[in-house]
Design a protein around this ligand. Structure first.
Ligand code: FAD
Length: 321
């Protein structure tokens, strides 16, 4: 039976985040011919609607209000909840990003429905919509069927490959100006942390360093390799705790969860808390001088050696490609 789906389309600096297209792909898997509505919050270019249509959106709702130009939990919660109450969809899908993690639970609470978080896959099986999500810090996966008549889920970035529609029509564009009267937070100023290079959470390749890099300067060969192969730089908590790099780079249970095509772990032992953030990477390469390091248990390719010798060799080779 056709299902109406509402998707939260997340943007960054006026562009759609790739995960928004992946969430649309998830919507196409479950809508069974029903309407897919993408919701964009804040003042954003209207041209985004056409990009969303290419990936499956039939209509795009732009919610405008000056107060929504900067993210606040209560502003976005109120705005998105209002649209859902108005549309009354069967399924709501959002990216499992910092924003999604922050305001999806509040929207679910307001709607009085459950929330299935951090899904890595969704499919229709025997007439049911089945979500797959990691449990026990990524050691196992569970498949969940939601019995509630409103299904609400968040989708982990970089897990559902998105594809363009063969044919699509121009989307219906709807501008909404909301009266948001319950906002308790106003943002006075945003001080952006400057990070070099590729955004970690959406990177296709990550070069990550652990305590084995030994110092802040020890990250330099990793940064050079990353720059040559178009990768983002990440880190273990060991490296962050030792103040070799910023906590913004931390990957793992209490850091970022990443799913790149290629993850190069350098001087990282492979503690379970680190694996929780990266074990779903498509190909894992480990460089460690200890052949017994647990990271080799999950690595597709292992190099036993000193990272300060191995990484410059890799960089040199990649420069020649
Ligand atoms: P180590 O375990 O010290 O490993 C360093 C590795 O570098 C060793 O294997 C060594 O052989 C190798 N090495 C040393 N020198 C070289 C060299 N020259 N060349 C090559 N290899 C070399 N950790 C995370 O990463 N992310 C998290 O989100 C996270 N959350 C946590 C949450 C909780 C509640 C707790 C209790 C812990 C958490 N941890 C997390 C910490 C985790 O348990 C480990 O302590 C941490 O991952 C270890 O970091 P590491 O692998 O860099 O360091």
């Amino acid at each position: 039976m056709a299902k109406q789906v509402v998707v939260f389309a997340e943007t960054k600096n006026g562009s759609l985040r790739n995960v928004s297209l992946e969430v649309l792909e998830a919507a196409r898997r479950v809508n069974d011919g029903g309407l897919i509505t993408a919701v964009i919050i804040g003042s954003q270019p209207e041209a985004l609607a056409d990009s969303l249509a290419v990936y499956g959106a039939n209509e795009v709702v732009f919610i405008e209000n000056e107060i929504l130009n900067t993210y606040t939990t209560d502003g976005y919660t109120q705005a998105f909840t209002t649209i859902i109450e108005d549309k009354n969809p069967d399924i709501i899908l959002m990216p499992h990003t910092a924003l999604g993690k922050d305001f999806a639970p509040r929207v679910a609470a307001r709607l009085g429905c459950g929330l299935i978080t951090d899904c890595t896959d969704v499919e229709i099986s025997e007439g049911h919509i089945v979500f797959t999500r990691p449990i026990y810090a990524g050691k196992a996966f569970q498949r969940r069927v939601v019995s509630h008549d409103k299904i609400f889920a968040t989708i982990r970035p970089n897990n559902i490959p998105c594809s363009k529609m063969d044919h699509h029509e121009a989307p219906k564009k709807i501008q909404k100006t909301l009266n948001l009267d319950e906002i308790r937070t106003t943002v006075k100023e945003v001080i952006q942390k400057t990070t070099d290079g590729v955004d970690l959470s959406e990177a296709k390749i990550i070069v990550a360093g652990g305590r084995g890099v030994k110092s802040t300067a020890g990250f330099e060969p990793l940064k050079e390799l990353a720059q040559v192969i178009g990768a983002a730089v990440g880190a273990s908590r060991g490296a962050c705790d030792a103040e070799y790099c910023d906590y913004a780079l931390q990957i793992g249970q209490t850091g970022k969860v990443v799913t790149p095509d290629l993850y190069i772990a350098c001087g990282i032992s492979g503690a379970i808390q680190h694996l929780a953030g990266m074990s779903n990477s498509k190909i894992i390469v480990a460089i460690n001088k200890d052949p017994e390091a647990p990271i080799f248990d999950i690595a597709d390719y292992g190099i036993v050696g000193d990272l300060f010798e191995v990484i410059p060799l890799l960089t040199k080779q990649f420069k020649q490609v």
